[in-house]
Ligand binder design. Sequence first.
Ligand SMILES: C[S@@+](CC[C@H](N)C(=O)[O-])C[C@H]1O[C@@H](n2cnc3c(N)ncnc32)[C@H](O)[C@@H]1O
Length: 274
Amino acid sequence: MITDDAFAEYEGTSQSMSHNKNGTQAVPVIPQGVETDGSRLRALIERASSAATHQHLLDVFERIEADRYLLEEMQRLRHAIATDTRYWDLCCVLWAYAELFKPDVYLEIGVRRGRSASVVAAANPDVNLCLFDMWHPNYAGIANPGPDFVRVQLKRAGHRGETRFFSGRSQQTVPQFFGDTRQPQSIPLVTVDGDHRSTGARADLDNVIAHLAPGGILVFDDICHPTYPNLRDLWTEFLADHSHLCAEENEIDATGTAFAMQPTFAPCHSRLGD
Ligand SMILES: C[S@@+](CC[C@H](N)C(=O)[O-])C[C@H]1O[C@@H](n2cnc3c(N)ncnc32)[C@H](O)[C@@H]1O
C-alpha cells in the first residue's frame, strides 16, 4: 500500500527522487496546476484503490466468462467495497490508467483468458490491443483456449478497437514485434504477466522497457505470489538497473502488484560529481 509519506516524496519531484528514497536532490518548484509525474502517479493510485474502480471491475467481470480465479477476485473486490477498504491489484491499476489517461495502445504479455485485457478494453473501448501469449494448455489447471476465446471476452467487455494476437514464446515474439517499424514503438500501457520464471520474466521486462512512452506505465504482477518467490527480487533488480523509473509496489493485496512509470522529463543530474 502506498503511504502518505510516499505521496509526499513523489509530489513535485523528478523521477529519480521518487524511487531512490536516499536521494539528496533539491525539490524543484512546480507551478500550481501543472501535472507532474508525482501527481500523475498519485491520481493513478487514488483511482485504482477506489470503490468506484472496484465496482467498475465487478461490472466487467460479470459480463465475461469467469473461472475460479476470477470468482475469487470478485470476492476480494466485494469485500473491499463492503468494508470501505483501499485495495489495488493488477486489474485495478489497469482500469485506473485506461480510464484516466486513455492510452491508444495496450501491450500485454500473458493474456490467458482475457481478464486483464478485458479490463483495459472496458475502461477505454477504442484502445488498440497487442496481445502476446503462447497459450500454455491448462495454465494453472484451467483451460487456456487462445485468441478466439479472448476475442469473445473482449467483445463482451465492449471493446471497439483493433486486436492483434502474437502467439508464441514472448522472448521471441516481442523483439520481433519491435523490430518491425510498422508496429507502434512507444507504448503507454504495458503489462508483463507471462513467463514467471526468472530468466523469461526478466527478458520480457527488458524487451519492453525501452518502448514505454513518457508518462506510460509498465505493470508487473505477482511480486508476492507464493509459487513465484523469485519475482520479488527480480523486480527489485530490474528497478535498480532502471533507476530513472518512478515505481510503486503493493505487497499486501492479492498476489502483489508493482508498476513503474516512465518519467515525462529526463532526470536532471545536477549534483556535483555526477
Ligand atoms: C498469469 S497468466 C496471464 C493472466 C492475465 N494477464 C490475466 O490477468 O488474466 C500467464 C499467461 O502467460 C502465458 N505464458 C507463459 N509463459 C509464456 C511465454 N514464455 N511466452 C508467452 N506466453 C507465456 C501463459 O500461456 C498464460 O496464458
